[in-house]
Structures are given as structure tokens and as C-alpha cells.
Design a protein around this ligand. Sequence first.
Ligand code: ADP
Ligand code: ADP
Length: 226
Amino acid sequence: KPHLVLRDVHRHYGQGDKVIRVLEAANLTVQSGELVALVAPSGAGKSTLLHLSGLLESPQGGEIEIIGIPTSKLGDRGRTQLRRSTVGYVYQFHHLLPEFTALENVSMPQLIAGVSPADADKRSMELLDLLGVGPRASHRPAELSGGEQQRIAIARAAANHPKVILADEPTGNLDPETSDIVFGALANLIKNEGAAALIATHNHDLARRADRVVTLKGGLVVDHIL
Ligand code: ADP
Ligand code: ADP
């Protein structure tokens, strides 16, 4: 099932002779349980593609569908609602709340969404276990290694059962060995949860482990052979 579809998406910035055409007719489909790596040089439009996919930005043309729902005619509220109920986001830096434990950080978005504290903690514990950081549940971010922090951030992004998981350089901050562990944990989670994942990374070794690798060329999303 396609969870994320971009159809002839057009996005430019600026105007006149200062216009920057980032996406001209970008097409991309990411299926449930599929992990697509996005590899492209700085400035090519990776963040733009992720922001569009996460409904943070709107394209000037084309259509973006999340779980089959076309978004071009949604208003700001509709887009925000759809984003909150379907998209999970992993940043390069974890953005965990320092005064809360790992478990609390993962439970927080669930509590905000109205899940009971008991159910939230149960779900959080399952995710932390799945990602190999269960034993760290009661630690605060400052007491955790970079790789552990990032796996907690991944658990938090997955907490509300997102259909689409977007990640901007999720291992950009980690050494190669830790990157490998974190990427493996993320891939495992995607399969387990049946989410569609689009992961921007500079790391070719990690990108090779994705189901598919794409890049951006001339405003298009094209398959990339590493
Ligand atoms: P990447 O994430 O691959 O580094 P970006 O998506 O951030 O690329 O940017 C793609 C191009 O669009 C760059 O040339 C960038 O300067 C430009 N750009 C991105 N966002 C804006 C914006 N809000 N206003 C003007 N130009 C932008
Ligand atoms: P960092 O500085 O650690 O890379 P930022 O806080 O600057 O992280 O966030 C990276 C980008 O991801 C921001 O531009 C933010 O707007 C964007 N972002 C946050 N949530 C989402 C989402 N759900 N979908 C798409 N982009 C998102």
C-alpha cells in the first residue's frame, strides 16, 4: 500500500531572475514497510522534499498524498491534523526533553494525543525494547550515549503509529559504528510497524541497506545506484 505519494510536485523559491527551482516534476511513491534513502548533495533539495512530504510546506504544483488522502486542497488545519495523525519525524539532533526520562519522552506525544498513561507507557516500552534501548527507559537524555539518544528519538517519532516516517540525516551526528546500529534499529522498526520511510543521509554504506535509493536531479526524483 502506498503511504506516501508525490505526483509532479513543483516547488521553487524566490521569483524573477532570482528564482530557485528545487523540484520541477518530482514523483515518488513509498510503500508501507518500505525504506527509501534519499542521497543528494547539499542544496539539492532534500530538506524541501522532506518538508513537503511532512506537509510543513506546500508545493506550487502537483499533488502529495498521505495514506491515499490528497492534500493540495486541505487548509492549514487539515494539513496539521493529517500531519499529527500520520507523520513521524526524526531530526539530526534528537531534541529530547532534557528534564524527562527516555520513557517519558516517548510517552509524551501519546499523552498529548489522548492515550492513557498506562497504555502510553506500555507502547513506549515496546518501542524502546524493539530499538534495543529498553534498559535505558528510566534514564534522562544527558545520561545516554548519542546512539541511545537517537534511538529514543526514533521511538518518540514512532509513538503514535505514524504511517510515514521522515528523517533528516538521523545518523549525521554519530560515528560510523553507532550509525550502523541506529540505522539498523530504524530499518527494523519500519518493517515491524509497516510505516513508509524516507531517510535523507550522506552515508552511502547506510543508504545501501535501504530498499531503494533515490536522488534529486534537474528537479526530479530519480533512482540512484550507489
Ligand atoms: P538540502 O536539504 O538538500 O541541502 P534544501 O531543500 O535545504 O536542500 O534547499 C534546496 C535549495 O532551495 C537551496 O538552493 C536553498 O538555498 C533553497 N531554499 C530552501 N529553502 C528556501 C527558502 N525558504 N527560501 C529561499 N530558498 C530556499
Ligand atoms: P535540526 O536543527 O536538528 O536539524 P530542526 O529543528 O532545525 O532540526 O528541524 C529540521 C527541520 O525538520 C525543520 O525545518 C523542521 O521544520 C522540519 N520538520 C519538523 N517536523 C517535520 C515534519 N513532521 N515533517 C517534515 N519536516 C519537519
